[in-house]
Design a binder for this molecule. Structure first.
Ligand SMILES: *[C@@H]1O[C@H](CO)[C@@H](O)[C@H](O)[C@H]1NC(C)=O
Ligand SMILES: *[C@@H]1O[C@H](CO)[C@@H](O)[C@H](O)[C@H]1NC(C)=O
Ligand SMILES: *[C@@H]1O[C@H](CO)[C@@H](O)[C@H](O)[C@H]1NC(C)=O
Ligand SMILES: *[C@@H]1O[C@H](CO)[C@@H](O)[C@H](O)[C@H]1NC(C)=O
Ligand SMILES: *[C@@H]1O[C@H](CO)[C@@H](O)[C@H](O)[C@H]1NC(C)=O
Length: 387
């Protein structure tokens, strides 16, 4: 065998490992809707423990008929704190745009193909309408954002992503290749914020964030499911632990499946666990009216118990989510939730479990969507004028 070829091959394998290749780039819009793609960034300030979010996306509706809901949306999420009652409610500042205001490019060119999981992401999502708009760019491992939405200006930069996995496939693993109605991809569980500033144009107040952990992800597919939950958090201890989970009722033509994707990382303990419907069994209890979620998930080797709770007063009012006809009221979210996680490893000899990790995450994000919102109050049957 030709040694040079073996060496080249070895280098190629190595290259895939280190290039940070992933599916973070945008998809091509199909010829016909429904289709949407939306990105989400959340920054946890490691010093003040404050946090904020940025989300943006677009919908290609299922018909070109009478569309009243916005098709392109970008929002900043901030905690609005009332010190007298020691409660911070999540509040969004939204920008609503048309598809004509939007310019998405990959490597500086219009999107001509779907993302390549063997190439590092290089894209720019840009929207402009009068004084409102801005951009998000991911290029060479650096994330840059600069938006003006409502009376807020948000700009900053993040570097050194911590990828979900080396294959660039994210939480779904090989399932990402299936034509599922909805996909979830996490690009980075923990990038480092290198600069960031939030300015209120009306009051002139400027907040600078110096040390942040940045979570970066996206969704794409037909539309959000009938009901779902999503949660993500970073540890404020110096172990850099993170977790993220997402799941709900996914509709197929003849059946609906309760499917969850869960990831837990603790680099200090060399723990990197993923749970997916194809390799685990799950039981869930979800109560959007009390803000409580309890999940037990078992794989061949591990068991994970997770309790999430968001004080009801910290939940936002209905936030916008992508539906077949555009962005509509879809979900509520808190950045003041708490996660308690226990992980057990199966002891094959004793047929029992050993507790190997116990951890509490504070100031995490927790979202209740669709019919998991208390009383279904964000259901999309509400008239769009009430957005
Ligand atoms: C579009 O929908 C709005 C609100 O539902 C309605 O008032 C309007 O008449 C409709 N326009 C057309 C052209 O159907
Ligand atoms: C879209 O963005 C690209 C890259 O920033 C730019 O070169 C191009 O002129 C823009 N196109 C439109 C129509 O604004
Ligand atoms: C910006 O400041 C003004 C004036 O203090 C306030 O009314 C407004 O709610 C603030 N905007 C946001 C998004 O916090
Ligand atoms: C945590 O992250 C920081 C910054 O990325 C890094 O310097 C440090 O080594 C990490 N600690 C552990 C235990 O992984
Ligand atoms: C929600 O969870 C909290 C903390 O685990 C617990 O104290 C509370 O009783 C739970 N509420 C309900 C209604 O289950």
């Amino acid at each position: 065998m030709d040694l040079k070829a073996v060496f080249t091959c070895f280098l190629a394998v190595l290259a895939v490992k280190v290039t940070s290749a992933s599916l973070y780039d945008p998809h091509m819009f199909p010829d016909k809707g429904p289709f949407f793609e939306g990105w989400y960034m959340r920054v946890s300030d490691l010093y003040s423990r404050d946090s904020f979010g940025l989300l943006f996306g677009s919908v290609l509706p299922s018909s070109s008929g009478n569309i009243t809901a916005p098709l392109v949306v970008a929002s900043v999420l901030l905690r609005s704190c009332d010190k007298t009652i020691d409660t911070c409610k999540l509040v969004s500042s939204d920008g609503k745009f048309t598809l004509n205001d939007l310019n998405i490019t990959v490597k500086g060119q219009p999107v001509q193909s779907d993302p390549d999981k063997t190439a590092p992401p290089d894209f720019k999502w840009q929207v402009n309408s009068g004084s409102q708009g801005g951009y998000f760019e991911q290029k060479g491992g650096i994330t840059t954002f600069n938006f003006r939405l409502g009376d807020l200006i948000l700009r900053g930069k993040a570097t050194n992503p911590s990828y979900w996995n080396d294959q660039g496939t994210g939480p779904e693993g090989w399932l990402i290749n299936l034509p599922l109605p909805l996909h979830w991809f996490v690009y980075s569980l923990r990038s480092e914020l290198s600069s960031c500033e939030i300015q209120n144009v009306t009051s002139g107040a400027v907040t600078k964030v110096y040390t942040g952990a940045v979570h970066l992800e996206k969704n794409w597919g037909n539309s959000f499911p009938r009901q779902w939950i999503w949660s993500e958090g970073v540890s404020f201890d110096n172990d850099n632990a993170t977790f993220a989970m997402s799941g709900g009722l996914v509709d197929f033509p003849f059946l609906s499946v309760n499917a969850y994707l869960i990831g837990y990382r603790n680099p200090m303990k060399k723990l990197s666990l993923d749970f997916r419907p194809v390799d685990s069994l799950i039981s869930t209890q979800i109560d959007g009216c009390t803000g409580n979620v309890s999940v037990s998930v078992y794989s061949l080797r591990y068991k994970l118990d997770i309790n999430l709770v968001a004080p009801v007063a910290t939940l936002s009012s209905c936030l916008l989510g992508p539906e077949m006809h555009g962005f509509v009221r879809a979900c509520v979210e808190s950045y003041d939730a708490t996660a308690t996680i226990q992980i057990y490893e199966r002891n094959l000899l004793l047929f029992g479990y050993k507790l190997i990790e116990q951890k509490k995450f504070e100031k995490i994000a927790l979202e209740f969507g669709g019919m998991h919102v208390c009383g279904g109050k964000c259901s999309n049957s509400m008239p769009p004028e009430e957005l």
